[in-house]
Ligand binder design. Sequence first.
Ligand SMILES: Nc1nc2c(c(=O)[nH]1)N[C@H]1C(S)=C(S)[C@@H](COP(=O)(O)O)O[C@H]1N2
Ligand SMILES: [Mo]
Length: 311
Amino acid sequence: MLIRRPGRHDPRPSEITPEAVWLDRRAFLGAAGSIAGVALAGTAIGALGGAPREARAQGDRLEPTPEELFTSYNNYYEFGTDKEDPKANSKGFRTAPWSVAVDGMCRKPGTYALEDWLKPSRVEDRTYRFRCVEAWSAVVPWRGIPLADVIRRADPLPSAKYVVFTTLYDPSRMIGQQRPVIDWPYLEGLRLDEALHPLAFLATGIYGKALPNQNGAPVRLVVPWKYGFKNIKAIVRMRFTDRQPVSTWERAAPQEYGFYANVNPAVDHPRWSQAKERPLGRFFRQETLPFNGYADQVARLYAGLDLRRNY
Ligand SMILES: Nc1nc2c(c(=O)[nH]1)N[C@H]1C(S)=C(S)[C@@H](COP(=O)(O)O)O[C@H]1N2
Ligand SMILES: [Mo]
């Protein structure tokens, strides 16, 4: 499978609707071995078309993406690689009962029923920007609890420096896992100080309702200043470690996806620019903001870190 070449002609409207996002990571899956060739083809999305710039201040009121859009256009390879697959293929996925294993370098390891794991915390609603590495974006009203709560309850040892999350592995229930598309189970991690940041969130709902299966039910990570792939879905394990983990997309394509994955308009993906993004449901692209608009709150976490190397 080859990606279409940008820059040859102006985009047709059919190419710039969200349903036709052509900057697709499946390109790399089908084009293994030809990544270098594709890299040349994909550099110019920022130069496509003549969309007017839309100025946005950090304090802008966030207007949520239409619910129907955010719940029917998904990345969730456990249920298929097309954007419409997860909704169709996860219809019968049962998320109760559900338990979460807590292990590694902590004083309170154990296997917890999901309700018990979450229960001591107060449920909150938070509307955050969401930015996929593929250059589409959304504004999502999440419901859930601060990630720091479950971490503090696990009581990590002073030696623990990272927390690692794992998605359910059950090919009988997740049809996408019946093929070796990526290294199952999906795995993601954060530095412990990132995970303890007050913006980091565990979502069990969106738009005031329970999380739909395709969006990661029953519980998924939300780290709004990082690219979408850090936001791991259907979490069954939380492990503490002193070693930086290799997350799923980093393992699949380390030259394209790093551990930090902080949203950064100044560092292009090898196959496309990250300077702009297309909000789901909107026609025009808009500028992508450093740390997805949360720089004032999170930039200090990365003082002294070279964000070009640690992409
Ligand atoms: N387990 C799992 N988590 C995942 C993914 C996935 O394929 N499997 N895709 C990631 C990517 S690339 C993105 S952009 C977001 C998409 O979340 P959404 O479908 O709720 O928009 O989920 C992330 N979490
Ligand atoms: Mo993504």
